[in-house]
Design a binder for this molecule. Structure first.
Ligand code: ADP
Ligand code: ADP
Ligand code: ZN
Length: 219
């Protein structure tokens, strides 16, 4: 099944997507992680997107379409994936529907919208730490790594993302409201949107996420 996480920066999309991916063996496709890896590697894509990401703005729809199309053509994506961070605009959502139809996958199976109040988002992002090597993510209070700057999973170095500084976070939230929030209505109209309160603990939110997936799979 094609599962899409939707919600503002800091809502917990990456965290919940990783748990679903581990439980069901579906690959997690995080466009943010893919772009950060490209920046770290200094590839042509990375050089093209670095300044845009640092400013908290969105990479253009055409580039994102190419990135996702190439990723979904990999054999591990044939049986479904968990999308984290794509689609993020109306144009991306329409492109994605077309891509899934053209490749015989029949469209998005479930959209999980995580909702969290804005002040809590800012707090979560200011204490987020990420591993550039494996994409694992942590929170200094709620999901603390054993050591503040070493990844528990792969022993890579943990960093604070440049775009998790407060002024960039405000810009990302503005961009979310302007360009991504309209997708809530888009997917609600189409009927496979489930809204989940993302305020509670990681485990409690996952219980609800998992129940929504089980219902969608049975439908
Ligand atoms: P978060 O998980 O905090 O919402 P991401 O890691 O998904 O943030 O994305 C980080 C940045 O990568 C975005 O601010 C944007 O610049 C770029 N990006 C990621 N996915 C997309 C996308 N689908 N469209 C455009 N830009 C994207
Ligand atoms: P997103 O991908 O939506 O931007 P993340 O999954 O990266 O969000 O979560 C943002 C930060 O908040 C991370 O530091 C993560 O560890 C933490 N976090 C995620 N879910 C919860 C939760 N339910 N309660 C407390 N902290 C959380
Ligand atoms: Zn790691």
């Amino acid at each position: 099944m094609m599962i899409v996480f939707l919600g503002p920066p800091g809502a917990g999309k990456g965290t919940q997507a990783a748990k679903l991916s581990a439980k069901y063996g579906l690959p997690k496709v995080s466009t943010g992680d893919m772009l950060r890896q490209a920046v770290a590697a200094g590839s042509q894509l990375g050089q093209q997107v670095k300044a845009i990401m640092d400013a908290g703005d969105l990479v253009d729809d055409q580039t994102m379409g190419e990135v996702v199309k190439e990723r979904l053509a990999q054999p591990d994506a044939a049986g479904g994936v968990v999308m984290d961070g794509y689609p993020r605009t109306r144009v991306q959502a329409e492109f994605f529907d077309q891509l899934l139809t053209d490749s015989g996958r029949g469209g998005v199976g479930l959209v999980l919208l995580l909702t969290v109040a804005e002040d809590l988002l800012v707090d979560r992002l200011s204490k987020r730490r990420v591993c550039l090597q494996c994409g694992a993510n942590y929170h200094l209070e709620f999901k603390a790594p054993v050591s503040d700057d070493v990844c528990d999973c792969c022993a890579g170095g943990l960093i604070q993302r440049d775009d998790d500084k407060e002024d960039v976070v405000r810009e990302r939230l503005r961009v979310y409201r302007e360009l991504t929030e309209p997708l809530v209505a888009y997917y609600r109209a189409w009927g496979h949107l489930r809204e989940i309160d993302g305020t509670d603990s990681i485990e409690d939110v996952f219980t609800r996420v998992d129940a929504a997936v089980a219902r969608a799979a049975a439908a």
